[in-house]
Design a protein around this ligand. Structure first.
Ligand code: AHR
Length: 824
C-alpha cells in the first residue's frame, strides 16, 4: 500500500509567488495571424524579400533556401517558408496574394514610409481582381465584424470593391472604397460575415480598372480580448493557464540569425505600418503587430508579471553568432535601457510619451528583465556584466535573469535561466535535480522546458513526466523561483516546432495535456511548502522500440542483424547519417546533404552513420548483430530507440521530412578507443547507466554484440561475455507535494503507474470531512487532445467525503490529482 505523510505544521519555506509562468515566442505563426489576429498573410508584401545578411541557395529540385554568413540555412521558397508549407500553397510571386485580370508586382520605389521596403503595385483591368488567402484561409463567422484598412495610392481616382468572400469569390459583404489620386491615404471599412466559412478570402475588385499601389493592408476581427486587439479564444486559454508571469518575446527570435535580425524593441512599437518587418529563423516574416507594447498590455490584461528578454548584443550562437562590440554594443545596452524606459517612465519623457500615444499613459509594470537568450561562454559573460551594471544602476528594482551560471565566474547573478528539452522519461527521472543546488546561490528559472523528444510527447504521459519534474521544483522552490513551458502557441498550418502548449487553426484552439497539468498546478499553489513523505515502490522506464546501429564515421561492416534469432532489415536511415546498405556496409552516400550544426555537447552528427532496424516492438528485447570495425572505428549501438516515430525537428530534405537522430530517445552502448560504456544520451549531457568497461574489438574480425532488455534496463554482451548491466533511473510510482495557506491544505499526487492505486494519507491535524478532488487523467497514458477531442485529457473535479487525520483514497492510473482539504 502506498503511504503519504503530511506534516502541515512543519513549514519548509514559502512558495515562490511566480513559480508558474508562460513563455511566448513568435514561432509556428503563433503571433502574427494567431494571437495577434491579423487575417491577411503578407500584409506588408515583404514576405518574399530575402532577409538582409542572407543569400539564396537554389537546390537541385528547385526549392530555395536562405543562408546566413556563417553557413546556417533554412528553406525559404520565395518567402513561403518551409517546403511543406510552400508545396500546399498555389504558386504566386507575392506570397498569399493572387490576381485575375490584373498584374501585380512589388515596387521598391513607391513606399508608404521609410520603414516599408516595398508596396504592391496592381494594374487592374476592368473587373480585375486581387485576393488574399490568409493563414490557411480567412476565418469568417456569421454575424461577426471585421475591420479593414489599407494605405492606397492611385494614378487616377478609381473605385475598389472590398469583399469578404468564399474561396470561389462569392461575396459575404462588399464595401466600396473610392481611391483618390496623389499620395498614400488610409481607407477604412468594416465587413461582416453572412455565414461561417473558415476558408474565406479577402477580395479586392476594380469594376472600371485602376492603377493602384497598396502600401500596407490589414483585416482584423473587431471583437478582441478586452478590446486590446488579441484573439479571444487564445487569450482565454492563456488566462486559464493560471500563470503568474509572461516571458517574451523569445527565445531564439530575440537573438536573430544575422546582424539585421537581432530583435530591437524599438522596431516593435509605434503604428504597426511603421514597424519594420523581419524574417525569423522559424521560417516566416513577422510584421511585428504583436510588439513590445502589446506584450506589456497582454500582461496587464492577464494579470501577470512581465519578463522582457533583451538582446545581449549577440545573435544566435548555435546558428553562427555575430558579436556586437564597441559603439554597437553600447547601442544594444541603450536599447535595453530604452525598453525599460518605454514600460516604466512617466508620460512627459521620450518613451513614456510614445507609450501614452499608443494608449497607455500610466507606466506598465515590468518585474523581470532577462539579458539575452541561450547565450553562453566568455563572450556572453562579458556582455552580461555590462548590461547588468547599466540596467541595475538605472533600474535597481527590476529582477535580472542571466542565461548561464555567471555566478560561477564571480559575476553578480540574481536568477539563472535553465532550459530543458528532452524525453518525457528524462523529466521524471530528473525530478531530484534541484535538491543539490546551493541554497545561497542565485534563484533558478526553468525558463524553457518540454518533453519534445522520443515517443509519447504531447500525451498525458508526457504531461505527467513533466509534472514529476515540476514536483521536484515545487519541493525546492526556495531555489526554483520561476518556470515556463516552451513553446506556447502553434498554428497547425505552420508548424515549425512541435509540441506546443496550445494548438490552434484559424478558428479553433485547445490545450495539450501539459496545458491542463500546468493550469491545475498553477491554480493550487498555497503559501507554504510543508513537510511530506511518500512510501511507495519504484518503476523504471525500460527502453523499448527499434534497435539501431551506428558508427562514429563511415565504414563499419555489419551482418546478421536479428531479433530473437529472426533476421531484421534496415528500416530507416538518419539524416546526415545518410547511408546505403551495401551488404551491411555503413557509409555516407549523399555528401551533398549539408551537415547540421551539432547541438552543444553533441558529437558532430555529420560524422556519424546510423541505421534503425525494422524489429517488431514485441521482439525487440533481444537483439544481436555481428560487426567488423576498422582500426579506430567507434561503434554506437542504440539500444532500443524509444520512438516508433520521430517527432519534432523532422528536418526537411528536398521537401521530404526525414528523421533526425535528435528526435529519438535511446539508450546507447558505445565502444570506442578500447572502452565500452552504456549511457542515456540526455540533451545536455550523457547519463551513465552502468560503469564503463575495457573492450577491444579486433579489426578484421567479426564480433557479436547482443543486448537483452531486463526489468530495469538491459544487458550488453560482446561475443557471449556480459559487459554491462545497464539500469535506468527508478522513479517513484506515487509522488506527492503538499502546501498550505491558512486553513487550506493542498496535497498534489502523481500516480505514474498503469494501475489505479490505493493511497493511505496521514496528516498531523484534524481536517474537515468534505474535500475536493481534482483529477487530470484519461483512459490511456498515450492519450492526446485534438480538434476532434479537445478535452480527452482534462481536469475533472469531484466533491468527496471521508477526509480525516488518517484516510485512504484511490487515485486513477496515470493521473495527477490535487486534494483540497480544510483544517479544522
Ligand atoms: O522554444 C523554442 C526554442 O528553443 C527557443 O527559441 C530557444 O530559446 C530554444 O532553443
Amino acid at each position: 500500500m502506498n503511504k503519504i505523510f503530511v506534516d502541515t505544521k512543519k513549514i519548509r519555506f514559502q512558495t515562490a509567488p511566480d513559480l508558474y509562468g508562460l513563455f511566448f515566442e513568435e514561432i509556428n505563426r503563433g503571433g502574427d495571424g494567431g494571437l495577434y489576429p491579423e487575417m491577411l498573410r503578407n500584409r506588408s508584401f515583404e514576405d518574399s524579400l530575402v532577409p538582409d545578411g542572407c543569400t539564396e541557395m537554389i537546390r537541385e529540385d528547385g526549392t530555395v533556401d536562405i543562408q546566413n554568413e556563417n553557413g546556417w540555412f533554412c528553406a525559404f521558397n520565395n518567402g513561403e517558408g518551409k517546403t511543406k508549407w510552400a508545396c500546399r500553397t498555389p504558386s504566386t510571386p507575392v506570397p498569399a496574394w493572387y490576381v485575375q485580370d490584373a498584374q501585380m508586382n512589388l515596387d521598391g520605389e513607391m513606399r508608404l514610409n521609410e520603414r516599408r521596403r516595398v508596396s504592391l503595385h496592381v494594374r487592374f483591368e476592368p473587373m480585375g481582381r486581387l485576393w488574399n488567402t490568409g493563414f490557411g484561409g480567412l476565418s469568417c463567422r456569421k454575424g461577426e465584424r471585421y475591420a479593414f484598412y489599407a494605405f492606397l495610392e492611385a494614378k487616377k481616382p478609381c473605385e475598389l470593391r472590398v469583399s469578404l468572400a468564399s474561396s470561389k469569390g462569392e461575396s459575404y459583404d462588399t464595401q466600396a472604397v473610392m481611391v483618390e489620386s496623389g499620395s498614400f491615404l488610409r481607407y477604412d471599412c468594416v465587413l461582416s460575415a453572412r455565414e461561417d466559412d473558415f476558408d474565406g478570402i479577402l477580395l479586392i475588385e476594380a469594376p472600371s480598372g485602376g492603377d493602384v499601389h497598396i502600401g500596407f493592408i490589414s483585416l482584423m476581427p473587431v471583437e478582441t480580448y478586452k478590446n486590446h486587439g488579441l484573439r479571444k479564444d487564445l487569450m482565454e486559454l492563456l488566462a486559464g493557464a493560471n500563470a503568474r508571469f509572461l516571458r517574451f518575446p523569445g527565445g531564439c527570435v530575440v537573438e536573430g540569425f544575422t546582424k539585421e535580425t537581432m530583435l530591437r524593441f524599438s522596431n516593435t512599437v509605434g503604428p504597426v505600418w511603421e514597424r519594420p518587418s523581419h524574417y525569423l529563423m522559424w521560417q516566416y516574416r513577422t510584421t511585428n503587430g504583436l510588439g513590445y507594447h502589446e506584450f506589456l498590455q497582454m500582461c496587464e490584461d492577464l494579470g501577470v508579471e512581465a519578463m522582457y528578454v533583451v538582446n545581449a548584443g549577440i545573435s544566435c550562437q548555435v546558428r553562427g553568432p555575430v558579436f556586437a562590440e564597441g559603439e554597437e554594443l553600447e547601442a544594444w545596452i541603450q536599447e535595453a535601457l530604452d525598453a525599460v524606459a518605454y514600460a516604466t517612465e512617466p508620460a512627459g519623457t521620450r518613451w513614456g510619451d510614445l507609450r501614452a500615444k499608443m494608449g497607455h499613459p500610466a507606466p506598465f509594470s515590468l518585474k523581470y528583465i532577462e539579458i539575452g537568450n541561450e547565450n553562453m561562454g566568455p563572450e556572453y559573460r562579458r556582455r552580461y556584466q555590462k548590461f547588468y551594471q547599466a540596467l541595475k544602476k538605472r533600474y535597481p528594482d527590476i529582477i535580472y535573469v542571466s542565461n548561464t551560471h555567471t555566478e560561477n565566474e564571480g559575476l553578480v547573478t540574481e536568477v539563472v535561466d535553465e532550459h530543458y528539452y528532452d524525453t518525457p522519461e528524462f523529466f521524471a527521472e530528473d525530478r531530484r535535480r534541484y535538491e543539490t543546488y546551493d541554497r545561497q546561490g542565485p534563484k533558478i528559472f526553468i525558463g524553457e522546458y518540454e518533453a519534445f523528444q522520443g515517443s509519447g510527447i504531447a500525451t498525458l504521459h508526457a504531461a505527467l513526466c513533466e509534472a514529476m519534474f515540476l514536483f521536484g521544483a515545487e519541493k525546492n522552490q526556495d531555489v526554483v523561483a520561476l518556470s515556463a513551458y516552451a513553446p506556447l502557441l502553434q498554428n497547425v498550418e505552420y508548424t515549425s516546432w512541435y509540441p506546443n502548449l496550445i494548438m490552434f487553426d484559424n478558428h479553433r484552439s485547445f490545450g495539450i495535456p501539459s496545458y491542463h497539468m500546468l493550469s491545475l498546478l498553477g491554480a493550487n499553489r498555497g503559501k507554504n511548502v510543508v513537510e511530506s513523505r511518500v512510501e511507495t515502490s519504484g518503476l523504471c522506464y525500460v527502453p523499448s522500440g527499434q534497435p539501431g546501429l551506428g558508427s562514429v564515421r563511415p565504414g563499419l561492416l555489419f551482418r546478421n542483424a536479428r531479433c530473437h534469432e529472426k533476421p531484421v532489415s534496415i528500416k530507416r536511415f538518419f539524416q546526415n547519417m545518410v547511408v546505403e546498405e551495401q551488404e551491411g556496409y555503413l557509409t555516407a552516400i549523399d555528401p551533398s546533404v549539408p551537415p547540421m550544426k551539432p547541438f552543444p555537447g553533441k558529437a558532430d552528427p555529420s560524422q556519424n552513420c546510423f541505421v534503425i532496424f525494422d524489429a517488431p516492438a514485441e521482439q525487440s528485447d533481444i537483439f544481436e548483430v555481428e560487426v567488423m570495425a576498422e582500426e579506430g572505428q567507434g561503434i554506437i549501438l542504440t539500444v532500443f530507440n524509444r520512438a516508433e516515430q520521430a517527432y519534432i525537428f523532422t528536418e526537411e530534405h528536398h521537401g521530404e521530412e526525414v528523421w533526425n537522430h535528435r528526435t529519438v530517445r535511446n539508450a546507447q552502448w558505445r565502444i570506442q578507443d578500447g572502452i565500452s560504456s552504456v549511457v542515456d544520451p540526455c540533451i545536455w549531457g550523457d547519463k551513465p547507466l552502468a560503469p564503463s568497461a575495457p573492450c577491444i574489438l579486433t579489426p578484421g574480425i567479426w564480433h557479436t554484440l547482443r543486448t537483452e532488455i531486463t526489468q530495469d534496463g538491459f544487458l550488453a554482451y560482446v561475443d557471449g561475455k556480459l559487459l554491462h548491466q545497464a539500469r535506468q533511473t527508478e522513479v517513484p510510482k506515487i509522488d506527492c507535494v503538499a502546501t498550505t495557506e491558512g486553513e487550506k491544505i493542498y496535497i498534489k499526487l502523481l500516480n505514474m503507474s498503469r494501475t489505479d492505486e490505493e493511497v493511505q494519507i496521514t496528516l498531523d491535524r484534524m481536517v474537515e470531512d468534505v474535500y475536493e478532488k481534482l483529477v487530470l487523467t484519461a483512459d490511456d497514458p498515450m492519450a492526446v487532445n485534438t480538434f476532434e477531442e479537445p478535452e480527452r485529457v482534462q481536469v475533472v473535479s469531484e466533491a468527496c467525503r471521508g477526509a480525516s487525520t488518517y484516510f485512504c483514497i484511490s487515485i486513477p492510473a496515470h493521473s495527477l490529482s490535487v486534494l483540497r482539504l480544510r483544517a479544522m
